[in-house]
Ligand binder design. Structure first.
Ligand SMILES: [Zn+2]
Length: 155
């Protein structure tokens, strides 16, 4: 299916440009709190083998409150082997360490989807899904972290 069949193509293209411009700027000065959050997330998250994610009561509660029975991306049930719950950063932690514990940046997706997304920037990820999984692209497009992206532009 050619990309032009998707009405979102144009806006995705613009978002790519925007991400590129942002990447060229020093747009966030990291604070000690940012590093503390970054470090804290390691304890907060922790993937327990094949079990459910969350190594603290707080993180387990958060996962429970922020996930249903199936993965929002591939729709596979979290009880399916290889598809258990994991916490993912919409905007990768490696690139946006100050968003490590920003809940607007976290979502619960299955292990398989998390591994496939890897360290892709959100825009890369949308683009990737559009090309490789067009039938479920809308699942990803719908949860684009608009407010975070907008905030990046303002800071
Ligand atoms: Zn999935």
């Amino acid at each position: 299916m050619p990309q032009s069949d998707f009405p979102e193509e144009q806006s995705l293209e613009q978002l790519f440009q925007q991400a590129d411009e942002l990447g060229k700027k020093q747009y966030h000065r990291l604070t000690p709190e940012d590093f503390e959050d970054y470090r804290k997330y390691d304890y907060w998250r922790n993937i327990n083998g094949d079990g459910e994610c969350g190594s603290t009561q707080e993180s387990r509660d958060w996962v429970r409150q922020n996930s249903g029975y199936s993965c929002p991306v591939c729709q596979e049930r979290f009880s399916t082997p290889g598809h258990h719950r994991t916490i993912d950063h919409k905007l990768p932690r490696a690139q946006y360490p100050w968003l490590s514990l920003n809940f607007a940046n976290l979502w619960v997706i299955c292990l398989a989807c998390n591994q496939e997304k890897a360290e892709m920037h959100w825009f890369e990820y949308e683009h990737y899904m559009l090309l490789n999984h067009p039938e479920i692209y809308s699942n990803v497009h719908e949860v684009r972290p608009n407010r975070l992206i907008k905030n990046l532009r303002q800071t």
